[in-house]
Design a protein around this ligand. Structure first.
Ligand code: HEC
Ligand code: HEC
Ligand code: HEC
Ligand code: HEC
Ligand code: HEC
Length: 419
């Protein structure tokens, strides 16, 4: 009886902390959360800032228990630990940003002949450093500066290098983005976020840092605002429909804050156009391309999304995200997240789909795997992964490759249609 009462009390406390009702889990509510959710005033574990765990990332996602590191698939969970991923199994979450667990997945295979190739886990994403989470250490290669011209110290990379743990940036009713001016009434990240009325504000997308935010770990300040919205059911398998989302102005400039050469047309790198409007050819390809050799009436593809730098308005972003059948146009732009995820992915260089290693992303209508039941050559395209790992890397829970072709080639073709 006592146990039941205590667990009911726990549920009640959790319900208060997370606002457990329907699918919305409010804690930050678009701005700063309850201070003691992260700080411990008299018995802190960190050496500075009085945090509940040893450092920032461990506070957000530490120990396999703290909010973002809970070891079950759930909306705001984004970090699967080694203990939850036996060999051959994939990270648990399927969010737009991607599960940091992919950083722990190293693959070895023999592409041709007898020489093995290894794809190190640390190439799968942003190596956030967390003293309390085994395996989350600085990238052993990119440990002096970020690749692509930036100067921040990768040893400092944490959740709050990119997100403001205090969530102070807000979208006012006028559309202006500011650090003050009106109270934050709730999240501004979702297709069902309430539009702020006069005298109100909503939080900036995903509490990401932007103009006016203080610097987080690593000392980076931002001048770009990351405009986007996503469905509140964003941690889901995209088996038969992509998750509703839309990217607006600022995404590429935001990433380029730490990777300036990847954006600059004048950099020494001969880099793929980014933040550049689609030519009519690219827009027409996007609006016709379903899969290799297949054309029709496709939807916005979350594995090769585009942004629209004209859009900063919450209502327009929401309308776009809710219209999966919208067409790309010459105001659509290729951006960093057309090819990359923001946290981590199942592929090298945290690309959204397999862009390196072999020509097929689907064989005989299945995602390849070393244990695939299809034709023997599938193992050749698996790059050391099981089917479970490959399909999870595409945010799928089944090996069926909707909407793509039975023999599907690279998703560079969503924009270029060279297959
Ligand atoms: C989501 C977790 C979280 C919540 C909620 C939170 N903080 Fe923090 N806070 C942090 C982290 C992480 C740091 C350390 C930042 C660093 O070291 O870069 C920090 C640092 C601080 C600092 C010292 C550095 C600075 O920015 O001045 C103060 C003061 C502070 N928090 C006050 C508060 C107050 C007051 C509240 C409640 C209104 C609050 N925090 C709520 C996570 C949080
Ligand atoms: C390099 C910058 C960066 C770092 C580091 C980072 N994030 Fe994110 N995060 C983003 C961006 C950008 C998005 C939005 C991605 C999108 O919608 O495509 C995001 C999205 C999210 C989301 C929404 C779910 C999702 O995956 O889309 C959560 C929750 C989150 N981050 C938590 C964290 C936590 C916790 C950490 C540390 C363990 C962290 N982030 C580290 C940039 C970062
Ligand atoms: C606050 C600075 C910061 C921001 C913002 C940032 N990055 Fe990074 N990025 C880094 C650092 C530091 C590294 C090197 C450490 C590593 O590779 O894990 C890195 C590494 C990378 C890598 C190489 C990963 C690997 O191991 O090969 C890619 C790709 C990348 N970032 C893309 C992006 C994209 C796309 C965005 C925008 C969503 C972005 N970054 C935003 C700091 C940042
Ligand atoms: C058209 C797809 C595409 C776009 C757009 C794109 N990338 Fe990449 N990126 C890749 C691929 C593929 C790789 C790995 C192969 C390579 O380096 O050429 C990569 C590699 C990287 C690396 C690692 C480079 C290294 O030497 O380790 C970083 C950092 C990076 N991208 C950041 C960005 C940022 C920031 C943007 C936006 C300003 C961006 N990328 C836009 C596809 C893309
Ligand atoms: C979201 C759409 C999109 C995706 C995905 C994409 N591209 Fe592009 N790409 C563009 C746009 C836009 C241009 C600019 C030219 C145009 O609009 O016709 C471009 C230009 C190029 C060019 C010509 C560059 C020049 O300077 O002449 C090459 C080559 C290219 N892309 C290769 C790739 C490869 C390889 C991939 C996959 C790794 C890829 N693209 C993925 C949209 C995309």
């Amino acid at each position: 009886m006592k146990i039941v009462k205590i667990s009911m009390l726990l549920v009640a406390v959790m319900a208060v902390i997370f606002g457990l009702s329907g699918t919305s889990f409010a804690f930050h509510s678009g701005g700063v959360a309850e201070c003691m959710g992260c700080h411990n005033i008299h018995d802190a574990k960190s050496t500075s800032s009085l945090l509940n765990n040893t450092d920032t990332t461990s506070t957000c996602a530490g120990g396999g228990t703290s909010c973002h590191g809970e070891q079950s698939a759930g909306s705001y969970h984004i970090l699967t630990t080694a203990a939850s991923m036996p060999s051959g199994s994939a990270p648990l979450n399927k969010t737009p940003g991607g599960d940091f667990g992919w950083l722990l997945k190293t693959y070895t295979w023999i592409p041709r002949g007898t020489t093995a190739e290894t794809e190190e886990g640390h190439t799968h994403g942003h190596n956030v450093v967390a003293a309390d989470i085994p395996g989350f250490v600085v990238d052993p290669v990119n440990n002096a500066t970020p690749p692509g011209g930036g100067s921040m110290d990768p040893n400092q990379l944490s959740c709050n290098s990119c997100h403001d743990q205090h969530g102070q940036l807000r979208r006012l009713s006028t559309g202006a983005i500011a650090m003050t001016g009106a109270p934050i009434i709730g999240s501004g990240s979702y297709t069902n976020s309430t539009a702020p009325a006069a005298g109100q504000a909503v939080g900036i997308y995903r509490l990401l840092r932007g103009p006016g935010s203080e610097a987080g770990d690593g000392g980076t300040t931002f001048t770009a605002t990351f405009n986007a919205v996503v469905a509140s059911t964003y941690n889901r398998a995209e088996d038969t429909a992509g998750t509703a989302m839309a990217f607006g102005a600022g995404v590429s400039d935001w990433c380029a804050t730490c990777h300036p050469d990847m954006l600059s047309a004048t950099s020494a790198k001969h880099t793929h156009p980014t933040n550049q409007g689609f030519s009519t050819t690219v827009a027409d390809n996007y609006n016709a391309y379903i899969g290799s050799g297949l054309t029709g009436n496709p939807a916005f593809d979350t594995l090769a999304p585009y942004a629209n730098d004209n859009i900063t308005d919450l209502a327009v972003l929401k309308a776009d995200a809710n219209n999966a059948a919208r067409d790309a146009s010459t105001t659509s732009r290729v951006m960093c997240l057309s090819c990359h995820r923001a946290h981590a992915s199942g592929f090298g260089f945290m690309t959204r789909s397999n862009m390196l290693g072999n020509e097929f992303i689907a064989v005989e209508s299945l995602f390849p795997g070393t244990d695939a039941a299809g034709i023997a050559s599938q193992a050749k395209y698996a790059q050391g992964r099981t089917v479970a790992e490959t399909k999870a890397a595409y945010n799928r829970s089944t090996a069926a490759t909707w909407p793509y072709a039975s023999y599907q080639r690279s998703l560079c073709n969503k924009c270029h249609a060279k297959d």
